[in-house]
Design a protein around this ligand. Structure first.
Ligand code: OGA
Ligand code: MN
Length: 233
């Protein structure tokens, strides 16, 4: 179901045009599609989260404003004491979402629904999510990587929501997803509302060099036992 051919032009034939179809007869079609795809292929691409387009436009305006105000900071790699800047690996600029604006609150509500659905259907035990805005300047990239170290369960599911209204193939900046054999499984153009979801520990992926300012939100659904224990102290 989520096996998309490598070329972006054929995405529309197989991905879900789901802006208005999110709730059909009480079924969360988007969440169901994500769960099924993660279980089979490990990834999927959606044409929307079943999420109000007005909020989508508002999120786009938020990231543009943050970028123009210089409020996005160079992103690092690694975690904790190992964290460092590595501009030869990634050179995007990011800022955490706090869920405060109406659009972010609506997005967080949608993320919570998806998290609950994934827990119910895949027993992932997700406890929370974190999300940041990202901007890649022209010349920006993020070399092939996975979002979580295997075996260290923290980030389990990654979701990237794109915020670029007028994207053209010659602008580059595709998300390239690899299959388990290392072959290219899909190249996803970062157009407004399009959303990629994949298993953080398993799926190798990269942001191809972008020739244009490229905006997105990246979200990670996490299962952090240690975080919960810390809260209990
Ligand atoms: C990331 C990432 C993909 C994208 O931030 O870890 O892989 O398409 N982003 O922006
Ligand atoms: Mn990534």
């Amino acid at each position: 179901m989520s096996e998309l051919p490598a070329s972006d032009s054929s995405l529309s034939a197989t991905s879900l045009p789901l802006q208005s179809l999110a709730q059909v007869a009480g079924t969360d079609v988007v969440a169901e599609h994500v769960a099924n795809s993660l279980a089979s292929a490990g990834w999927c691409v959606l044409e929307g989260l079943g999420f109000d387009p007005v909020h989508l436009t508002a999120l786009q305006q938020e990231v543009v404003a943050l970028h123009e105000a210089g409020a996005l900071a160079p992103a690092a790699i690694g975690r904790g004491p190992d964290q460092k800047l590595a501009a030869e690996i990634r050179n995007d600029r990011t800022a955490w979402l706090d869920g405060q604006s109406a659009a972010q609150a609506a997005l967080f509500k949608r993320f919570s629904e998806i998290q609950q659905f994934l827990n119910r259907s895949l027993y992932l035990g997700l406890t929370h999510f974190e999300a940041h805005f990202a901007a890649f300047e022209p010349g920006g990239f993020y070399r092939a990587h996975r979002d979580s170290f295997q075996g260290k369960a923290s980030r389990l599911v990654s979701l990237v929501l794109y915020l670029n209204e007028h994207w053209q193939p010659e602008m580059g900046g595709e998300l390239r997803i690899y299959d388990a054999e290392g072959a290219v499984a899909a190249e996803v153009m970062p157009v407004l509302g399009r959303t990629a979801v994949f298993l953080s520990e398993d799926v190798l992926h990269e942001v191809c060099p972008s020739r244009h300012l490229r905006y997105s939100i990246a979200c990670w659904f996490r299962a952090d036992v240690s975080d919960n224990l810390l809260l209990l102290r």
